[in-house]
Design a binder for this molecule. Structure first.
Ligand SMILES: Nc1ncnc2c1ncn2[C@@H]1O[C@H](COP(=O)(O)OP(=O)(O)OP(=O)(O)O)[C@@H](O)[C@H]1O
Ligand SMILES: N[C@@H](Cc1ccc(O)cc1)C(=O)O
Length: 356
């Protein structure tokens, strides 16, 4: 329970999870992703959870949502590139220490080639209204108004729900922006005679650009997910896991980080969701004596307190965070240095991202 639930925003429901674990059920879980580019540090939030799930003994599926990415106009609809992007994600997971042999990688193409998939999809569609499906469109990073760009976009939410039923899952994992898909699956499950999945959601990391001049209290979850989260479609907002130490430092030093404000502050969030989420982590803040001298912060709560109180300058916070992040990502850089095939895939994707 502890491994599965730590560092999450919500588990829907914790009682259902507890009951299954107590009954000794073998749990099946999954996360799906659109293979459409490069791996940013926001994705590490769920990647770490995948590791936890596997360590907790969950049979875990990683769904490369190739057709979904195609529907969502990713990588110019080039299926060859989309498949490469899927391989890149598996490489990064391996680089951060996910046991490859215990990860079941499936591809949307395998799913859609079975006619059973389409019969589930039709049942899902039959049991939901058009309005509800439209409201779920934020799961593809789009506003509900974009539903009618082309008809395939309306099929996407029903596909995501079908993925869950087809794979017969107990647990659906995703960032908070995937909530609507999971609630749709939970509400539809009984009607189509399928397992009601337990939904586990991890936090969304704000992009380096922050929320600009907006008042943090005026930004709701949905706007945050669609406009402000770190996203591979907006590379200027992202630190990529393979970035060089120089690039990481440059990006962090340039990032939005208002003094005393912690809400939607990407630098504080990197500390909360990626650095302090690892047991035993301590943030070393080196400062000249005249600015308070070097301090070692032992918990995120302590960091938040001193930052709110104005006892830590944004620049000192940024420098310390960049250093810790560079260290954390060292194994990933090493993996790409040592693994030629993974490096070639990465280079090809980088090129495609530039020329897109
Ligand atoms: N900034 C983020 N922080 C944490 N998790 C994220 C972030 N962005 C996406 N995720 C999670 O990663 C998974 C895959 O999301 P998705 O493919 O939409 O990524 P993305 O970077 O937003 O891509 P795109 O820019 O193509 O929409 C989802 O479970 C989503 O919740
Ligand atoms: N909607 C998810 C990707 C996804 C696709 C299919 C799934 O079954 C699960 C997740 C996203 O944008 O990140």
């Amino acid at each position: 329970m502890k491994l599965i639930t730590r560092n999450t925003v919500e588990v829907v429901t914790i009682e259902e999870l507890k009951a299954k674990i107590e009954a000794g059920e073998k749990l099946k879980g999954y996360i799906g992703f659109e293979p459409s580019g490069l791996f940013h540090i926001g994705w590490l939030v769920w990647a770490n959870k995948v590791k936890d799930m596997i360590d907790a003994g969950v049979e875990f599926y990683l769904l490369a949502a190739t057709w979904h990415a195609w529907i969502n106009d990713k990588l110019g609809g080039n299926m060859e590139l989309i498949r490469k992007a899927a391989r890149h994600v598996v490489d990064v997971l391996e680089a951060i220490g996910v046991d490859r042999s215990r990860l079941r990688v499936v591809d949307a193409e395998e799913l859609v080639s079975d006619k059973e998939y389409w019969s589930i999809l039709l049942r899902v569609a039959k049991n939901n209204t058009l309005a509800r499906i439209k409201r779920a469109l934020t799961i593809m990073g789009r506003k509900a108004e974009e539903a009618e760009l082309d008809f395939s976009k309306l099929i996407y939410p029903a596909m995501q729900v079908t993925d869950i039923f087809y794979l017969d899952l107990d647990i659906a994992l995703g960032g908070m922006d995937q909530r609507k898909a999971h609630m749709l699956a939970r509400d539809t499950a009984e009607k189509v005679g399928r397992k009601k999945p337990i939904a586990i959601h991890t936090p969304l990391l704000t992009g380096l650009q922050g929320i600009g001049r907006m008042n943090p209290d005026a930004v709701d979850e949905e706007q945050h997910a669609v406009e402000f989260k770190m996203s591979k479609s907006k590379p200027e907002t992202a630190v990529f896991v393979y970035d060089s130490p120089e690039d990481i430092e440059k990006k962090i030093l340039r990032a939005y980080c208002p003094a005393r404000e912690v809400k939607f502050n990407p630098i504080m969030e990197i500390n909360k969701y990626l650095l302090f989420s690892r047991p035993g982590f301590k943030l070393v803040i080196e400062r000249p004596e005249k600015y308070g001298g070097t301090i070692i912060v032992e918990s995120y709560e302590e960091l938040e307190r001193i930052y709110r109180e104005g006892k830590l300058h944004p620049l000192d916070l940024k420098k310390a965070t960049a250093k810790a992040l560079i260290e954390m990502l060292e194994p990933v850089r090493r993996y790409f240095e040592q693994n030629r095939e993974a490096r070639e895939t990465l280079e090809e994707l980088k090129k495609a991202a530039i020329t897109r």
